[in-house]
Write a protein that binds this ligand. Structure first.
Ligand SMILES: [Zn+2]
Length: 213
């Protein structure tokens, strides 16, 4: 199919099924201007291992619906709202080009379904804005269940020793900031921090787009 016609299915889809605001259902955009104006960063700092800063609350129903569109349906229009909130929230975290970012890995099967990896997308944005180097050095040692499908107690067990530093990694940063899209129980971030500390990292913090207590 030529480039001219390759966009035809998307065009037809948008004509037949126009985007509706996830909050008020008005047609035209994934979030209309009126509903978008109600969204602001809501920073949460959770002490723990690792200490975690998050930019927006998953309890905001608009954020929750946008996340579902983004993460589970691969709808990248959600980034038009989520990314500015993330960058606005990160302004308060005093990032510098000395901070090394380590995106939390996502399982390849999930990325294949949605077409991208949310933590890598967020780390890339911070790299662009603050010059922070990114080291994508963690991966899954074994398949795990989707954390969202499990209760809090089972999440820790599911992630126990599930993440490791990739073989052949020559430099593991002494100090790192883990990047993930959402923190719930903290079990995934704890497993990522554990994998880095096994290789000598000592100062590990985390930044997530959303928090979901
Ligand atoms: Zn609306």
């Amino acid at each position: 199919m030529s480039a001219r016609f390759s966009k035809l299915p998307n065009l037809l889809t948008s004509l037949l099924f126009p985007e509706r605001c996830v909050a008020c259902h008005k047609t035209g955009a994934l979030v209309c201007a009126i509903c978008a104006a109600t969204l602001h960063p809501l920073i949460r700092h959770a002490p723990g291992i690792p200490a975690t800063w998050s930019c927006v609350s998953y309890h905001n129903p608009i954020i929750k619906r946008l996340f579902r569109e983004w993460k589970y349906r691969g709808n990248r229009h959600a980034e038009e709202i989520l990314i500015p909130l993330f960058l606005e929230g990160c302004k308060q975290m005093n990032l510098s080009h000395h901070d090394v970012l380590v995106p939390v890995p996502t399982q390849r099967s999930h990325n294949n379904q949605r077409g991208f990896a949310p933590p890598q997308t967020l780390a890339f944005l911070l790299q662009q804005h603050y010059g922070c180097p990114t080291q994508d050095i963690l991966h899954y040692a074994r398949p795990v269940k989707r954390q969202a499908s499990l209760g809090l107690a089972k999440r820790k067990e599911n992630m126990h020793n599930a993440l490791v530093v990739r073989k052949g990694t020559t430099i593991v940063p002494r100090s790192a900031i883990l990047i993930d899209d959402v923190v719930t129980s903290g079990a995934t971030l704890a497993a990522a921090a554990h994998a880095l500390t096994q290789h000598g990292a000592r100062d590990i913090r985390a930044i997530t787009l959303a928090w979901n207590p």
